[in-house]
Write a protein that binds this ligand. Structure first.
Ligand code: FAD
Length: 149
């Protein structure tokens, strides 16, 4: 249990110490506001403890034409990369396109092209040949991957 002085006056009270609550508290504290964060369970008890910790730019929002949202997320990603180099690092991902993929290959290609165009970290998505991919990921069955790219 956390004890806090109830006789103290606060400028703001924030309910919930998830990533949003603590980030807002930090931003307010930096402007000199006295902030109280009240959490009913424990810090990051909710969705924040289940996150994959990816500072992604919201690739999938492109299919809803939410370009401004993706740009904003990628701007924030750059800010976090620059501001917290010890905590936020670039990681490479493979995005295998499987036979039962919900999206056609052209859509994934187009999405990654736009995503790469918006990204501010200077790394662009690249295509890897199926044979090279299978050498690295031996557990993946070749017949599950789309052959014609
Ligand atoms: C499996 C999974 C993977 C994810 N992966 C990613 C990812 O890779 N990248 C990404 O950006 N996002 C990811 N997300 C989404 C991300 O985790 C959430 O968007 C984010 O954690 C939401 O944070 P929050 O602070 O709004 O909510 P929460 O983390 O849920 O925080 C809300 C807090 O409020 C508290 N609370 C609720 N009611 C009260 C009350 N009445 N009084 C006091 N406290 C209260 C709760 O106990 C909780 O601690 C993922 C989500 C899931 C589920």
């Amino acid at each position: 249990m956390l004890l806090y002085p109830m006789d103290k006056k606060y400028d703001m009270v924030i309910l919930g110490a998830g990533i949003n609550g603590v980030a807002i508290a930090k931003a307010l504290a930096l402007t000199g506001k006295k902030v109280l964060v009240v959490e009913k369970t424990h810090i990051a008890a909710g969705a924040s403890s289940h996150s994959s910790r990816l500072i992604h730019g919201g690739l999938r929002y492109l299919e809803n034409f939410e370009f401004d949202l993706v740009r904003e997320a990628l701007r924030d990603q750059k800010y976090l990369l620059d501001t917290y180099p010890g905590l936020v690092k670039l990681r490479s991902f493979y995005l295998p396109v499987c036979q039962n993929s919900m999206r056609p290959v052209w859509m994934i290609r187009l999405g990654l092209l736009i995503y790469g165009f918006f990204a501010l970290h200077g790394h662009k998505p690249a295509e890897v040949e199926k044979k090279d991919f299978l050498i690295q990921f031996k557990a993946i069955k070749a017949h599950n991957l789309k052959i014609d790219m």
